[in-house]
Design a protein around this ligand. Structure first.
Ligand code: SF4
Ligand code: SF4
Length: 92
């Protein structure tokens, strides 16, 4: 099982150095995780290091496909409040 980095990755490099398995490298447009190298940090850390340092909500998916840092988890802004604010801004 392995985690996955998706398109919303902003290529900040933060996750690269914290991975104990050297599983993260730069792909053609964003960083990617090697499924064969990722150990999910088992045996090294309790927390998945890439997910714990990534500043972008939704950029890293857990093995089951759910976001490691779902919307609102890092900003503290509930997704529905953010959507409401965006609607207000666009209506100006
Ligand atoms: S879960 Fe751990 S081993 Fe897998 S890519 Fe992230 S930091 Fe590396
Ligand atoms: S920490 Fe997140 S945003 Fe930064 S390179 Fe890794 S996956 Fe991309």
């Amino acid at each position: 099982m392995a985690l996955k980095i998706v398109e919303s990755c902003v290529n900040c490099w933060a996750c690269v150095d914290v991975c104990p398995s050297e599983a993260i490298s730069l792909g053609s447009s964003h960083f990617k995780i090697s499924a064969s190298k990722c150990t999910e940090c088992d045996g090294d850390y309790e927390e998945k290091q890439c997910a714990s340092i990534c500043p972008v909500e939704g950029a890293i998916l857990l093995a089951d496909g759910t976001p490691a840092n779902p919307p609102g988890s890092l900003t503290g802004i509930p997704p529905e409040r953010l959507a409401e604010a965006m609607r207000e801004i666009q209506a100006r």
